[in-house]
Design a protein around this ligand. Structure first.
Ligand code: DHB
Length: 310
């Protein structure tokens, strides 16, 4: 059994796209959604109005399969485009609608529209975009995170989760969990990219992406240990009712297995989906099945959260 569950939503496959990858246009969303081994699709984080994003080059694949660096800057087709998509799409898969307003009021306005619409999937409130010049990552400010969730849950009744940035300090794990546990969240998604890394091209002695002087969010293999730590630390601290989507550093079925051992209910693929496109879902699920077979497990439930310490 390689299926997953969040709130009352059942997923026939554990893998999804990570928000931002293969999900900006209806053609991309359709491709991920129609992929036989995807659990569903997450829409590109929406702002109220269409945005072109940062200047290119704004995504770079690092050498030696280390991962990627990006500073996309929230290019998206605007909230109404994605609302139209999810309201009119015929699918049995439970869709995630991601919102990433640049202000609290923008987020509240989009969530109010989702609340009043017929949308019946899950909503992911992105509190962790590192790439918009001048805009901090909200979830690094624990009081700002509490403030927005307080206002959201004053009116929002549909299944809602938050996309978190990685944390690097045990006290910060305690602090964010204490905030999140005060709200009826359906899930948290951890991690977003490791914000504001820097990569250098040795031939030109220059940065590799144009925005922000070359600073950008890191993804892929080099973030795996941080993703595992965040899933594990949050699973140890969050209310049981708050499910966890594990994202970050997945290039093999073993990486999916490891995130589930740490407590992930679903797993998302970003950088490696850029590399391989949607066939990655079938390859990873096959490798995951082999990992379980090797250990004589029949289902993910047998390993979920069961990481052993020594
Ligand atoms: C972008 C990057 C993110 O990590 C995110 O959460 C939202 C948007 C971007 O640069 O487009």
């Amino acid at each position: 059994d390689l299926t997953g569950q969040i709130a009352n939503f059942h997923f026939n496959h554990i893998l999804l796209n990570a928000a931002g990858v293969k999900c900006q246009t209806t053609a991309e969303l359709d491709q991920v959604l129609a992929s036989p081994y995807s659990g569903s699709v997450v829409t590109k984080s929406a702002t109220p109005m269409v945005r072109p994003g940062n200047p290119s080059p704004r995504y770079y694949q690092l050498p030696e399969e280390l991962g990627s660096i990006n500073s996309m800057g929230l290019p998206n087709e605007g909230f109404a485009y994605y609302l139209d998509y999810v309201l009119n799409k015929q699918t049995d898969k439970p869709v995630f609608f991601s919102v990433a307003g640049l202000t609290k009021d923008d987020n509240l306005a989009m969530l109010m529209e989702l609340e009043q619409s017929d949308f019946n999937g899950l909503v992911e409130l992105n509190l962790s975009c590192p790439n918009v010049p001048g805009k901090p990552q909200t979830a690094y400010d624990f009081e700002a995170t509490r403030a927005i969730l307080t206002e959201v849950f004053a009116f929002f009744t549909k299944p809602l989760g938050v996309k978190l940035p990685p944390y690097f300090d045990m006290v910060h794990f305690d602090m964010i969990a204490a905030v999140l546990n005060d709200f009826p969240l359906a899930f948290v998604n951890t991690i977003n990219s490791i914000g504001n890394g820097l990569a250098i091209d040795p031939h030109t002695d220059t940065v590799v992406i144009k925005p922000k002087g070359g600073f950008g969010g890191l993804g892929g293999s080099l973030v795996k240990a941080t993703a595992l730590a965040n899933v594990r630390a949050l699973r140890e601290r969050l209310n049981e009712s708050i499910k966890i989507i594990g994202t970050g550093g997945v290039t093999s079925g073993r990486d999916v297995y490891d995130l589930v051992l740490c407590g992930a209910d679903l797993v998302e693929v970003g950088t490696q989906l850029m590399v391989e496109d949607t066939p990655v879902f079938e390859r990873l699920e096959g490798e995951l099945a082999n990992e379980l077979d090797k250990k004589n497990y029949q289902s993910l439930a047998e390993i979920r959260g069961k990481l052993q310490t020594i």
